[in-house]
Design a protein around this ligand. Sequence first.
Ligand code: HEC
Length: 206
Amino acid sequence: MIKSNYFKIIFVSVIFPVIFIAAASVQPVNRSDEHKARAQEAAQSFMGELQGILLNELREGGPVQALSVCADTAQLLTQAAAGELGVSLKRVSGRIRNPENAPDEYERKILEKFSKMHNEGKEPPFIHTEERTFNGEKEFWYIQSIHLQAQCVGCHGSEDQIAGNVRKLLRDHYPGDEATGYKPGDFRGALRVSFSITNNCFLINE
Ligand code: HEC
């Protein structure tokens, strides 16, 4: 009897902690790699879908048709893709077309960091990841830079690259439009993907 109690004490005070610590330490050392992969998959899927629609409309009906579709679709598609992928999605820029895409203070800081990297000639895309806590809830934030491509100038380029009827549509839809005057390769903005990671934290090393 005494012996068995003795064993229990040893088990609880020595063996159990050793097993527990060992179990905790074999957890993947870097859970954030998994989060990053999930975010990157969501980013690729969303950007692919958005560009697919845009290019298709551009090919079929030119910028005016693409614009009439994209003006309403971009926000809806962002919400739909976010729901489907189980993440929160937002496109942001320092020079916005749609005020819905205005960055918050945190996003603005990351945009500034990316802009600096662009000016220093760093190789894009630029990526920022961070775990952030809101009201005790942990979120993984992934932000990836967006750069202008040749097919974007019909709606984001210089005045002479944007057709008159497109300029008119843009003026009507987005009276405060700041998102013109870009050249291919320019740093245009970023896509933010974020999701809760609180539910995944079940071991002591989180
Ligand atoms: C047919 C016109 C058109 C083309 C081509 C186009 N865009 Fe846009 N872009 C828009 C419109 C309209 C919006 C505002 C949509 C919204 O509500 O998010 C927008 C918004 C954006 C935003 C979000 C920030 C903001 O200013 O509101 C980014 C980033 C962006 N475009 C990047 C690109 C890139 C990169 C390309 C080329 C791959 C591209 N766009 C091609 C029309 C276009």
